[in-house]
Design a protein around this ligand. Structure first.
Ligand code: IMP
Length: 210
């Protein structure tokens, strides 16, 4: 079975992804390959960060790898938090603080101006087909897959599921529930990451005739 590293240890993301991929491809996490260091994510675009993470794993561990970077773009905040979504509240990956800051900054914004979107870029790096060398390895050119979902930012949290900003994001395509009120498969069907990852899976399926 094709093995590929997903450059994350986020359990929610791994679960979402394995649900989309099914049993066609074996997805390894960073923990699975013994990568416990903080991978630099210092680019100022989603694509740049996704590329950095995937290339790091490929260079240091020799695996085919993909990584994702996601941002929430809120129109009333001129596209913020965007590439800074993970640490908008000041502390990395503290979703409560991130949401508090967004709600505070948007407290006077009327509903019709609360439009936003999640955007994901997935970067994939693969060994060249005929590369049988040890280090340094040869990799193909990086490939990118993107996905987005439009929605609005509510004035308070709704729902307990999901993660990150899910409880304040109501997708336009849904039935009025936030991502945090949906089952994982409902969210995956329309989400930014679901869309980007399905493009990735389509590519891998064709490439490896899985
Ligand atoms: P990352 O680049 O995918 O780690 O995403 C950056 C930040 O965006 C995360 O720390 C979360 O706060 C937020 N985020 C990413 N994906 C989602 C999602 O599917 N729902 C809600 N928030 C998300």
């Amino acid at each position: 079975m094709k093995k590929i590293v997903f450059a994350t240890n986020n359990a929610h993301k791994l679960e979402e992804l394995r649900q989309i991929v099914g049993d066609k491809i074996e997805i390894l996490s960073l923990n699975d390959i013994g990568c416990h260091e903080d991978i630099p994510e210092t680019a100022d675009t989603l694509q740049g960060n996704a590329e950095m993470k995937a290339r790091y794993v490929a260079d240091h561990y020799g695996y085919d790898c993909f990584s994702d970077d996601t941002g929430l773009e809120i129109d009333a905040l001129n596209g913020a938090p965007g590439v800074h979504s993970a640490r908008y509240g000041g502390v990395a990956h503290d979703s409560d603080r991130n949401i508090d800051r967004v709600l505070r900054e948007m407290k006077d914004v009327p509903m019709e101006q609360r439009t936003a979107r999640f955007r994901t870029v997935v970067a994939l790096i693969e060994r060249e087909e005929d590369d049988t060398t040890e280090f340094p390895l040869r990799f193909e050119e990086m490939k990118f897959f993107d996905g987005k979902v439009e929605g609005v930012i509510l004035t308070e949290r709704h729902g307990e599921g999901g993660f990150g900003y899910d409880s304040i994001f109501k997708p336009v395509e849904g039935d009025g529930r936030t991502f945090a009120q949906m089952q994982p498969e409902e969210k995956n069907a329309i989400s930014h990451r679901g869309r980007a990852v399905r493009k990735l899976v389509d590519y891998l399926t064709e490439q490896y005739l899985i």
